[in-house]
Design a binder for this molecule. Structure first.
Ligand code: TPP
Ligand code: MG
Length: 425
């Protein structure tokens, strides 16, 4: 394991700043060959198709669902330097991310959080890609990138401040190279691309200095690719050769809308039309997710421009705690993907290699238990700030629009004083 390159929080992993060893020359293009369009399947039914937006053919894979290592002519080189300890660290990150999900969901049910969005099932895509980053890289996340946040050294209880509604997201984006969560779907693909263009203009690309050359990553979902913002980001990224990786976690659902309602061909197949190389990867395979991201980051840092990654995965849980997926998808589909659980896959591989002993599994489990305790205690200690505090820190300087909103809100709140006695829990 390498030394941390970022400030660390409790239960933060060491970030591997090394990147891929002896990385081969980046090649353009990837596995995004166009597929024929199948008949549109009924919503919520997993179609037995070879192509189309739900096709699993052609995904870059280094670990099969039962956990066997398969070699890949292009991507083996990007994981060759990973040690057994590195792989155990990935396992640990994934277990901690899942524990965070479980705890936060329970806390929402207990009334301690207003809302929560799980990363359940997407741990490999997030931890694999996150671990390929270097300390100086910058991430622009959506709202369920808890695995990436963990890898970037963010104390995940900071994420829960947002979901409890006590602040707008409190971590230091610069210290962690991990920007605030974005709930406006797709908007941050533009922020990331613009930031990457800034990085380029600051001369932080293609210098050959491993500690200086910088890449930017935007994480967004399949649904976000239907937004104008993401398509505009692809245009700007392409023509400016921006050092940005557009990382789409295709979890097959945009709330209750399946990908088949938004695409008739794999999402990654769109990127070459913008002049951007694309790759489809098995997002439940942590090694493959690491490898394709390492390649894309290297292309960005060396001045090779943007890459579109489609990590094909599955949202195993609900969209958020306000959602009930049993209303719109089948138990068979959920079982199909439970059988492809990303954590089980890595555990099976490491166990078969003799790397993951029962003792080590128990140690990680004990750490996850302690982490769960940390999350519970921290959330319960966050208090209940006055609702009007939401108007603080919106801008660095006074702002007439915000002040007008605050005045209206305070007047509105005071209309309830007779029933609430002016106190907030
Ligand atoms: C601009 C905008 N439009 C609509 C919404 C409402 N909304 C919240 S999540 C979501 C679906 C997003 O799906 P996807 O991009 O696949 O991400 P996932 O939730 O699956 O990670 C929508 C439409 C929003 N937050 N922002
Ligand atoms: Mg989605």
């Amino acid at each position: 394991m390498t030394e941390p390159g970022l400030p660390t929080a409790p239960w933060s992993p060491a970030v591997t700043p090394g990147g891929p060893a002896a990385a081969p020359t980046p090649t353009s293009g990837g596995g995004a060959a166009a597929h024929s369009t199948p008949d549109a399947p009924a919503p919520g039914v997993l179609p037995a198709v070879e192509g189309g937006p739900l096709g699993e053919d052609g995904l870059v894979q280094l670990l099969t669902p039962p956990g066997e290592r398969v070699s890949h002519p292009e991507y083996d080189a990007y994981v060759a330097h990973l040690t057994d300890d590195d792989l155990v660290d990935m396992y640990r990150d994934m277990v901690l991310t899942r524990r965070f999900d479980t705890e936060a969901t329970a806390l929402q049910r207990q009334g301690e959080l207003a809302l929560f969005a799980q990363a359940l099932g997407q741990e490999a895509a997030q931890v694999g890609s996150g671990r390929a980053l270097r300390a100086q890289d910058h991430v622009f996340p959506s709202y369920r990138e808890h695995g990436v946040a963990l890898v970037r050294g963010v104390d995940l209880t900071e994420v829960l401040r947002l979901f409890r509604g006590v602040d707008h997201g409190g971590w230091d984006p610069v210290a962690h190279g991990f920007h605030l969560y974005t709930l406006v779907i797709g908007s941050h693909a533009l922020h990331a691309t613009g930031y990457a263009m800034g990085v380029q203009r600051d001369g932080l690309v293609g210098t050959g200095d491993d500690e200086r050359d910088t890449a930017v990553v935007a994480y967004f979902g399949d649904g976000a690719t239907s937004q104008g913002d993401v398509n505009e980001a692809l245009v700007f990224a392409s023509v400016n050769r921006a050092p940005v990786v557009l990382f789409c976690q295709n979890n097959q659902w945009a709330i209750s809308e399946p990908t088949t309602r938004q695409a008739s061909a794999p999402i990654a197949a769109r990127a070459p039309g913008y002049g951007i190389p694309a790759v489809r990867v098995d997002g439940n395979d942590v090694l493959a997710s690491y490898a394709v991201t390492a390649q894309a980051l290297e292309r960005a840092r060396t001045g090779g421009g943007p890459t579109f990654v489609e990590a094909f995965t599955y949202r195993m849980g609900a969209h958020t705690t306000s959602d009930d997926p049993s209303r719109y998808r089948s138990a068979e589909q959920e079982q199909y993907w439970r059988d492809r659980d990303p954590i089980d896959r890595l555990r099976a591989y490491l166990t078969a290699r003799g790397v993951l002993s029962d003792e080590l599994v128990a140690k990680v489990q004990a750490e996850a238990d302690a982490f769960g305790e940390h999350v519970r205690t921290a959330v319960r200690g966050m208090g209940h700030p006055a609702p009007a505090s939401m108007f603080e820190h919106v801008y660095a300087t006074p702002h007439a629009g915000v002040e007008a909103d605050r005045a209206w809100f305070e007047q509105y709140e005071s209309s309830f004083l007779d029933t609430r006695e002016g106190s907030h829990r």
